[in-house]
Write a protein that binds this ligand. Structure first.
Ligand SMILES: Cc1cc2nc3c(=O)[nH]c(=O)nc-3n(C[C@H](O)[C@H](O)[C@H](O)COP(=O)(O)OP(=O)(O)OC[C@H]3O[C@@H](n4cnc5c(N)ncnc54)[C@H](O)[C@@H]3O)c2cc1C
Length: 430
């Protein structure tokens, strides 16, 4: 492919979106709506990264960062428990340390408040942005709004999450505490180990995150968008302007380049001098066809950090956090744990032991906020990555924000808290 072969009939070169995950696809789809000529480039098929197998929870009320003062205190206990929700393999501890130090710093109360405020502004329109896209492509049946149910073993365990729930309520999330009798009316199959729950009636979920992302990809292509299967290995530059992406087949000339490469974004950007503290928090799922499970909405085993979501193809138990970078193989033990936690919570439902198994890389920054916006150092370079545990939820908002920034129709959203430059040496706030 020559450097000029990608020009659209003599016009300006297109905008390149690197990464066809949920974030890249929403960004590309929105830009196309604004009349921008977009090419998405991914080394794999669309939506086969982290966006393939997540729990599909639309959690627009999750404004509390992962780094809360309480989490930091309870983390060592969780790490020492071999069945706990967080795992760091011994050989990865040293590598994880700088990220963990930044994470602990982000848990200072003043930072938590500032982060929650930014996340609240960012996530507030999430449902509306998803519905807008699905309506336009005729696929609103992919989302449902039956709420989410967060289970706790007892009131003492629930009290340990008080700060998180209070913060979410303060930013407008409806969250009702329910005793066992009351939550059994919503989810009758929950076993006796859970005595109390919090119900968030307004939040939603996808019936299939992969189909959801593919519906957007298909519509984008139907309307003339291009998805190229190529690995981006670097960037073409003229002075301080990014003029294209380098692939194994040649250089593709671009009007602008938007990095939406999920957990791989850090390594892609190193050659341009950006060293962002992006870590993969590896998560897993086990899934089986259980059409008669009787589970009606995402049920979250809060003590295990496991989401159990009923989907069109069956029941998916997804979650846990494992550090280990992008290259270590999946840990079979984490998958077995998911099946065990499911059996413990739903003892009357046939176990998931024979289920399909998957691992994905959550792209996580220590302050739980994504990176969205443009580079101050390189003209033509934009970013949309690092959505962590909320990338399905936030992707449609990110698409709307970037499309309006790029097309010049700025809305009244201050995206400066999401800038990549918050991690520049000397400018770090957390
Ligand atoms: C177990 C689990 C459960 C989750 N549950 C939820 C949930 O319930 N709700 C929620 O909101 N979020 C959830 N998430 C998080 C969510 O899945 C992610 O935040 C989201 O999928 C990230 O999307 P993305 O597009 O940024 O990355 P990805 O989907 O990983 O896409 C990145 C793409 O970039 C491509 N790429 C990378 N490098 C290159 C390169 N050099 N050249 C070309 N292409 C490249 C990759 O092939 C990939 O397709 C969960 C995650 C996990 C693991």
């Amino acid at each position: 492919m020559s450097s000029s072969s990608n020009r659209i009939a003599g016009g300006a070169p297109p905008t390149y979106v690197v990464g066809a995950g949920m974030v890249g696809l929403c960004v590309a789809w929105r830009l196309q709506q604004e009349g921008v000529q977009v090419v998405v480039v991914d080394r794999d098929e669309p939506a086969c990264g982290c966006s393939f197998g997540n729990a599909g929870a639309l959690s627009f009320g999750s404004v509390a960062p992962l780094a809360m003062p309480g989490t930091v205190w309870s983390a060592p206990g969780m790490l020492l428990d071999p069945n706990g929700p967080i795992h760091i393999p011994l050989r990865y501890w040293l590598k994880a340390m700088p990220w963990l130090i930044d994470f602990v710093r982000a848990a200072r109360p003043d930072h938590v408040e500032r982060i929650a405020q930014s996340l609240a502004l960012f996530l507030a329109p999430a449902a509306e942005c998803h519905v807008e896209i699905l309506r336009e492509i005729g696929a609103t049946d992919l989302l449902r709004f039956d709420g989410q149910l967060y289970l706790y073993r007892n009131t003492r365990q629930l009290a340990s999450d008080d700060a998180t729930w209070n913060l979410k309520r303060r930013y407008g999330l409806r969250a009702e505490v329910m005793a066992r009798d009351a939550f059994l009316e919503l989810e009758p199959r929950v076993g006796p180990k859970y005595e109390v729950a919090v119900f968030t009636p307004d939040q939603g979920s996808s019936i299939d995150p992969y189909r959801h992302a593919m519906a957007i990809a298909d519509d984008f292509v139907r309307k003339g968008g291009v998805i190229l299967k190529e690995e981006v290995t670097g960037f073409a530059r003229r002075d301080d302007r990014i003029t294209g992406v380098v692939t194994h087949s040649g250089t593709l000339e671009a009007e602008r380049v938007i990095i939406c490469a999920g957990a791989w974004s850090r390594q892609l950007l190193l050659s341009l001098g950006y060293d962002v503290p992006l870590e993969s928090q590896r998560g897993y799922h086990v899934m089986v066809a259980r059409p008669d499970s009787g589970i009606r909405r995402p049920v979250i085993l809060s003590d295990r950090r496991v989401f159990v979501t009923p989907m069109s193809e069956g029941i998916r138990a997804a979650g846990t956090v494992e550090f280990g970078g992008l290259d270590l193989p999946p840990t079979a033990r984490r998958l077995n744990l998911l099946a065990r936690h499911f059996a413990e919570a739903f003892p009357e439902i046939e176990p998931l032991a024979d289920g399909a198994r998957w691992m994905g890389h959550r792209p996580c920054l220590p302050d739980s906020m994504p990176i969205i916006g443009k580079s101050e150092r390189h003209n033509g370079l934009w970013f949309a990555f690092g959505h962590g545990h909320l990338g399905f939820t936030g992707a449609a908002v990110t698409g709307r924000i970037l499309a309006s920034e790029i097309s010049g129709q700025r809305r009244n959203v201050d995206i400066s808290p999401f800038s990549i430059h918050r991690f520049d040496p000397g400018r770090r706030v957390a």
